[in-house]
Design a protein around this ligand. Structure first.
Ligand code: MN
Length: 520
């Protein structure tokens, strides 16, 4: 195996390239294969078969296909280490293979007509029965005679899995994460430290969670005290006060534990932005109120922003939550709901998101709202726009669309108005465009007016003041078709499990800033 990987090692400088350096891993469940869609200096698909503990590999410029008529050029390339099997992330530009990689397909395979696939490759003909999520059936690789030794031909046999006209580019999503190359490039989840041994090389770029002992320390405090969390000393008070009705009721201590646990995930949506707090110091059943002015008693490490446009009597200084401990402070201050501005403090009149607020009326059923959300999904996909939806924790659904700098709120408001107006034409019986709630006849409002300075939507993962402390939760587009989806499906008691298992669907928005296409 060391010999098989020698070429691979020669071609890479392991002090610079975040790819696996190779160690011996064997798999008892049989041989695996992977196809990685790799945007390097040119786009290609890497087809790799696990043979004798390495990945025997071909680069296929036009990609593998189920089309039995297709004959694809496949360049036989050096074997790759088995750790590369499910690598999805980025390789620095300027290096061998620099670009972005997704796991386009993976599964198991077995060689046909031989039980020595390594010899079959050496002899220039490999027949492989593959069981992937996209690829199924018999692939055949044949070395092209009279060419230089690396050029092979790849075809799919005319078997029961063959599909004429099938094109890989029409199936662009990762089978591991559902993401496209573009989305992985914008916000890679993985990095390989190739200056470390392969077993330690895989570095997660996801937010680092709160250490478990921090929650134990909070549980160990009395009614109040000082909590050492995320490197800050946060004064916490009234810890046993019930803030949400629930079964059992939810105390402030539990809210603070949630705020600290979710803070690393929420922070990218808060940092650098003025933060409006919806405060419920007497709990979710009492009347809440907006609190925008940064209080004088706030610790000096809590970020601050002075609004140069403040008129007399308006809020002058806002809180900016630039570190996770700030969210704990805000929750202790009675900030049950977190509402970051759509713009950043450095450019308060330039939105970073266009917001689509699907606001149900009294007569709007959940199915109606899902219909409107799915229509927006279709429209956004048709336009090629990166966006994600979230349930609000109350009754609604919101869609966030990241935009590049330079737009005004007038721009984003007009764009959302046009988009939602087009969607509304498809479902006119579900939507009212009347301004006054009473004149809407109980119908839903597609509210584009939230695209304005200092108008805010609730942050992802913010609690809502209702029974059980429901949470506003980002979802994948396909979850709009999940029969179990509800606007208040997750609470502060259940959403952390979901994050552990499925990650944060909004992360693709962080690096996804885009120009808004014309809507005709
Ligand atoms: Mn490649």
């Amino acid at each position: 195996m060391a010999d098989a990987l020698a070429t691979y090692r020669r071609m890479r400088d392991f002090s610079r390239t975040p790819e696996p350096a190779g160690s011996e891993v064997t798999d008892a469940d049989g041989a695996r294969f992977v196809v990685q869609r790799h945007r390097a200096s040119s786009l290609h698909y890497d087809l790799r078969f696990e043979i004798d503990g390495v990945l025997v590999s071909w680069a296929v410029p036009k990609g593998p296909t189920l089309d039995p008529k297709a004959r694809r050029l496949a360049m036989h390339v050096e074997d790759h280490p088995i750790e590369y099997l499910h690598f999805e992330g980025v390789i620095p530009s300027g290096q061998y293979g620099g670009g972005d990689v997704i796991v386009w397909d993976t599964g198991t395979w077995e060689p046909v007509k031989t039980d020595d696939p390594r010899a079959a490759v050496e002899n220039g003909e490999l027949h492989a029965e593959v069981h992937g999520q996209k690829l199924h059936g018999r692939l055949v690789l044949i070395r092209r005679e009279g060419q230089d030794g690396d050029a092979w031909m790849l075809l799919h046999k005319r078997d029961q899995h063959a599909v004429e006209g099938w094109e890989p580019e029409e199936h662009p999503h990762s089978v591991l994460t559902g993401r496209t190359n573009e989305e992985v490039k914008a916000d890679p989840a993985r990095l390989w430290r190739s200056d470390l041994p392969a077993a330690e090389a895989d570095i997660s770029l996801l937010p680092q969670p709160l250490p478990g002992q921090a929650i134990d320390e909070l549980d160990g405090l009395g009614k109040q005290g000082t909590w050492e969390v995320f490197g800050r000393s946060v004064k916490v008070t009234n810890l046993d006060k019930v803030l949400f009705p629930g079964d059992p009721p939810i105390t402030k201590r539990e809210l603070l534990a949630y705020a600290a646990s979710v803070a690393p995930v929420v922070l990218p949506y808060l940092e650098g932005r003025p933060l409006n707090l919806h405060r419920y110091p007497d709990g979710a059943e009492a009347k809440g109120f907006w609190h925008k002015q940064r209080p004088r008693h706030a610790p000096e490490w809590i970020g601050a922003w002075d609004n140069p446009d403040a008129d007399p009597g308006e809020t002058t200084t806002y809180v900016v939550a630039d570190e996770p401990a700030a969210l704990v402070w805000a929750a202790n201050f009675g900030g049950l709901e977190w509402h970051p501005w759509t713009s950043r403090a450095e450019a308060p009149h330039e939105p970073t998101y266009a917001l689509i607020d699907l606001d149900p009326g009294e007569r709007t059923t959940w199915e109606d709202l899902l219909t409107l959300a799915r229509l927006h999904r279709t429209a956004l996909e048709h336009l090629g726009v990166t966006a994600r939806a979230k349930v609000t924790g109350r009754r609604g659904i919101q869609i966030w669309v990241p935009v590049v700098p330079g737009y005004t709120f007038d721009d984003t408001r007009a764009w959302v108005e046009k988009l939602s107006g087009t969607v509304g034409l498809v479902a006119p019986d579900l939507v009212s465009w009347k301004w006054e709630v009473k004149q809407r006849g109980g119908l839903a409002r597609l509210d584009y007016t939230q695209n304005a300075v200092n108008k805010t939507l609730v942050a992802p993962y913010s609690p809502r003041p209702a029974f059980g402390a429901p949470v506003s939760v980002p979802i994948g587009w396909d979850e709009l078709d999940d029969p179990d989806l509800r606007p208040d499906r997750w609470t502060i008691r259940t959403v952390l499990d979901r994050l552990d298992r499925h990650g944060d669907p909004f992360r693709v928005l962080l690096g996804g800033a885009q120009r808004l296409p014309e809507i005709s």
